[in-house]
Design a protein around this ligand. Structure first.
Ligand code: ZN
Length: 143
């Protein structure tokens, strides 16, 4: 077997992660407090989490730069679309989406995916959002 040259650029994923401090309360006004506590536990009261957001992008490695996107560019986009809006915020109150959908890890993932879906250059596609609510619990959404 000799040298093998491939003519197609390898398809790769690239993941950037961000720490987010935010407050939420999982509490349905149409339920009494016992029912809210049974469904949401401690999250029925107003409190904060240190979330971790992972943004996974995919694309074919360009011959010239070897990068599907520059890390600084990912940071700039995520800062503008996500961090400036949710870091140190009260999710229920500060983001209209969470007035319609409780700010669970699941819905925060869906929201972040929607905000970032069309934010990257064409050669670089948003593949997946992973959101850790605690170090032991995360949600993933791929659209
Ligand atoms: Zn909580």
């Amino acid at each position: 077997m000799g040298e093998h040259m491939t003519t197609t650029a390898p398809h790769i994923t690239l993941t950037a992660s961000y720490d987010i401090c935010a407050a939420h309360q999982l509490n349905r006004p149409d339920w009494d407090s016992a029912k809210n506590r049974a469904a949401f536990g401690h999250c029925a009261d107003l409190h904060g989490h240190q979330y971790k957001l992972e943004v996974t992008l995919e694309g074919n490695i360009p011959a010239e730069t070897g990068m599907i996107i520059n890390g600084y560019e990912i940071d700039r986009i995520v800062r503008e679309k996500i961090m400036s809006r949710i870091d140190h915020k009260f999710l229920n109150k500060d983001i209209p989406f969470f007035q319609e959908n409780l700010p669970t890890a699941e819905w925060i993932s869906v929201w972040a995916f929607g905000e970032l879906k069309n934010a990257f250059p064409p050669n670089c596609r948003l593949k997946k959002i992973r959101l850790y609510e605690t170090p032991n619990l995360y949600a993933e959404y791929s659209g």
